[in-house]
Design a protein around this ligand. Structure first.
Ligand code: CAA
Length: 264
């Protein structure tokens, strides 16, 4: 891989977009390598993934403008599909994905962060969908996911004006869950990933699926999705270990509540 770094630390993995000279902009090769790296994640051992950008300046400064500049209509559509397919793969990955946004998250970078389950960022982060200033629409899910995350009114304002926003505003509108000094961001991401990885893995995966799938359908259909995924947790080792631990603790309040969940 030329442009992707991937490191697994016990149950947590960190994927870094590594094209620092171009502020980690996404060209076709980066997208292909990102897709291949996601496909190769060992889902038997990894329970949470962190995605970040190389260097101190940028998460991802967007899709590669040089590569896009000469595309035909058909090629533009195909490039949009390439990005959408990879980001959808991230969104539907069975395990939770945290975007640790360490700088510019513009265009395709903001869109990449929005395909993750959770976004946290450095104080230096800048978010935006500047595409209309380049004569195009957001093309890797921005028109859809930004509206779903921050509401259509705020999303339309950001997209129509191409105005970038800083970390504090991203936090205020609910685009990110937390803001950290740059040097604390990765530790915070790893702590959060560790908290997720310590929970029952089948249950965590089923929660991700329930929220994601439920948001696509009516509340009645969504509750049926929840019931099925709730039922699916029963009779698993993790359910028995988790509930067994609670019941044992009731007999002996001195018992520490640590469960070693084995399943993936
Ligand atoms: N594509 C290609 N190269 C990019 C890039 C991008 N999106 N963003 C930055 N770069 C390159 C620059 O061309 C420059 O390369 P050279 O050193 O070879 O000239 C290098 O990264 C450093 O960038 P700057 O010198 O511009 O750095 P800066 O600190 O002055 O500015 C910035 C930083 C404000 C992020 C500026 O680089 C910028 O505005 N980048 C473009 C942001 C953008 O418009 N993103 C949206 C792209 S469209 C899109 O993503 C469509 C979609 O939805 C799929």
């Amino acid at each position: 891989m030329e442009f992707i770094l991937y490191e697994q630390k016990d149950k947590i993995a960190v994927l870094t977009i590594n094209r620092e000279k171009a502020l980690n902009a996404l060209n076709s090769q980066v997208l292909d390598e990102l897709s291949q790296t996601i496909d190769a994640i060992d889902l038997n051992t990894v329970r949470a993934l962190i995605i970040t950008g190389a260097g101190e300046k940028s998460f991802v400064a967007g899709a590669d403008i040089g590569e896009m500049s000469s595309l035909s209509k058909a090629e533009g559509e195909a490039f949009g599909k390439k990005g959408n397919d990879v980001f959808r793969k991230i969104e539907t990955l069975p395990i939770p994905v945290i975007a640790a946004v360490n700088g510019f998250a513009l265009g395709g970078g903001c869109e990449l962060s929005m395909s993750c389950d959770i976004r946290i960022c450095a104080e230096s982060a800048v978010f935006g969908q500047p595409e209309v200033g380049l004569g195009i629409t957001p093309g890797f899910g921005g028109t859809q996911r930004l509206a779903r995350l921050v509401g259509p009114g705020m999303a339309k304002q950001m997209i129509y004006t191409a105005r970038n926003i800083k970390a504090d505003e991203a936090y205020r509108i609910g685009l990110v869950n937390a803001v950290y000094p740059a040097e604390e961001l990765m530790a915070a991401a790893e702590k959060l990933a560790g908290q997720i990885a310590a929970q029952a893995p089948i249950a965590v995966r089923n929660c991700k699926k329930a929220v994601n799938d439920g948001l696509q359908v009516s509340i009645d259909e969504a509750l049926v999705i929840e019931e099925k995924l709730f039922g699916d947790c029963f009779e698993t080792q993790d359910q028995q270990a988790g509930m067994g631990n609670f019941l044992k603790k009731k007999d002996d309040p001195t018992k520490v509540k640590v469960v070693d969940f084995q399943n993936c």
